[in-house]
Design a protein around this ligand. Structure first.
Ligand code: AKG
Length: 276
């Protein structure tokens, strides 16, 4: 018996490679998280910005709480089963009237995880729509394995390598319009992208990237696992603890280590390394 998702949503995930929208919390609650993030951002600007956007759940309580939100974890459990861990997270903040975009890509490409059946909840802390650069998915593309990505390192492309899958047929593309407090969930192999923010306000989304089932192995580099539910067994498992307060020194050290490991994994064999 699923905990949160309907049979139709679970079928949609398997057929199309994503589900959207899913209600997680009220708009007011989401705005509360946004305000806590913006306060933390003001207090610790070097630790929450476009160059330092990875794994904020290891240093800041608002992101840690989102990473453990029961509705999000229930939805993940409906798709992955009762034992899973969190591999990492990314804060995707698109500032107003900027050119930053995300090209067509599959998350699994550089993560070095096997099997590639993991998934990412993306939680909207502001509205996410056509004007401010919501995500767009290509349904059914999680079925064909990892496709070839061109590594462009384009200036405004906010992906690590500016990786892009060329020559796609976009006729069936679906835009994921979310209100604050809703989320989408996408499969590790679903091809997706997002356009620049042409609105006058920030577009803030938080990606729990990704939840992986017990048994999933890190085949490139090392990663640290944050247990989420059940009993998770991963080869060479090193577990992370939760921050007790913003910038809790132990958590900050864990975040530094996790981010270094990520850079090692995500840029393995790359021509260039960027700051994020
Ligand atoms: O936030 C965005 O615009 C893109 C996010 C993304 O590509 C992802 O969560 O996998």
């Amino acid at each position: 018996m699923p905990k949160i998702l309907t049979a139709q949503q679970i079928e949609q995930f398997h057929e199309e490679g994503f589900i959207s929208p899913i209600d997680v919390m009220s708009e007011d609650e989401a705005t509360g998280y946004l305000h806590r993030f913006e306060l933390a951002e003001t207090e610790y600007p070097d630790h929450l910005n476009a160059r330092n956007r990875n794994n904020p759940h290891l240093g800041f309580t608002c992101f840690d709480e989102l990473a453990h939100h029961p509705v999000i974890l229930d939805a993940v459990e409906d798709l992955l089963g009762s034992s899973f861990s969190l591999w990492g997270s990314v804060l995707f903040a698109k500032e107003p009237q900027t050119q930053h975009f995300v090209s067509w890509h599959q998350d699994a490409t550089y993560m070095g995880l096997q099997p590639q059946n993991f998934l990412t909840p993306w939680i909207a802390l502001t509205p996410s729509n056509l004007k401010n650069g919501c995500m767009t998915m290509l349904p059914g593309t999680h079925r064909n394995g990892v496709l070839k990505h061109d590594e462009t390192f384009a200036e405004d492309n906010i992906l690590t390598r500016g990786q892009n899958i060329p020559d796609l047929n976009l006729d069936s593309a679906i835009d994921l319009i979310l209100r604050p407090g809703q989320m989408s969930i996408h499969h590790a192999l679903t091809i997706h992208s997002s356009q620049p923010n042409r609105s006058s306000k920030r577009r803030i989304g938080y990606a729990l990237q990704s939840f992986v089932s017990s048994g999933c192995a890190q085949t490139i580099g090392e990663n640290l696992w944050l247990p989420a539910r059940g009993t998770c067994e991963h080869p060479n498992k090193t577990e992370l603890a939760r921050p007790q307060s913003n910038m809790d020194p132990k958590a900050v050290e864990q975040r530094r280590l996790a981010n270094d490991n990520w850079a090692d994994i995500l840029y393995r064999g790359a021509d260039k390394v960027r700051a994020y």
